[in-house]
Write a protein that binds this ligand. Sequence first.
Ligand SMILES: Nc1ncnc2c1ncn2[C@@H]1O[C@H](COP(=O)(O)OP(=O)(O)OP(=O)(O)O)[C@@H](O)[C@H]1O
Ligand SMILES: [Mg+2]
Length: 274
Amino acid sequence: MDWKSGNDTILAFDELIKQKRVAPYEGRLKVGVDLGTANIVVAVVDENNKPVAGATQGAHVVRDGIVVDYIGAVDIVKDLKRQLEDRIGVDLSNAPAATAIPPGIIEGNTKIIANVVESCDFNVTNVLDEPTAAATVLGIENGAVVDVGGGTTGISILDHGKVVFTADEPTGGTHMSLVIAGAYHISFDEAEEMKIHDDESKIFPLIKPTVEKMAEIVRRYIDGYNVDTIYVVGGACEFKKFESVFEREIGIKTVKPVEPLLVTPLGIAFNCKA
Ligand SMILES: Nc1ncnc2c1ncn2[C@@H]1O[C@H](COP(=O)(O)OP(=O)(O)OP(=O)(O)O)[C@@H](O)[C@H]1O
Ligand SMILES: [Mg+2]
């Protein structure tokens, strides 16, 4: 199967979030909760992994997989859950849910992430690695999936459908914003705005060294594995030139799905164990 066939599903999910709509569904609903460094996303899919509804909010309650504000995290997830319940017209309490962690975080932190989701009356059936979740949506059997989020660059290497390696390093979109803030002597929040809304031709030269560093991380990890394609996801790879820097630095074909920010959250919902 071509990885691009996942694009239609991702686009459908994006529309549902933006238009606050519910798609017709079949069977039991499954919930994915992505507690990201920059964004919290709750995805609802049906038993055929068709997107049903989704809601998202910017948040700073989790940092690189570590919950820094437990009450704040629970409040936001509960609020997103309530919005989705109102919209769909069902009680999602005890619905099968999944959540994800950056690869390699210690077990205690994994437990806390799961506890946040359980505290919102979801039934956590699976906690998986973020890039592994993304790989499910892309339907790929081989290659490296790199999730460049707000806080970290996570990588999963797949070989014949099996995850053979995972790792995570602290370089993400936040670091790009810090560079912009430093260059223009502006606050972090102003730099975030500028990074997302200003012309790429103005921003990209500034953050290119950060992208090169991400590529160097990935190059180091995939060395020795048989990888012919790198799939990049996560909000920080939204730049048009992102893949070309990876290709040049690593020497491996690099591709990006539509709406890379939503791939991991959707994949988390796909990975609920019914
Ligand atoms: N259009 C855009 N252009 C550039 N960067 C963007 C854009 N949209 C979002 N970002 C950046 O993407 C990052 C958020 O991505 P994402 O939602 O994948 O991260 P996260 O899951 O919250 O974080 P993590 O996975 O590291 O915990 C932020 O740094 C944000 O500034
Ligand atoms: Mg993420």
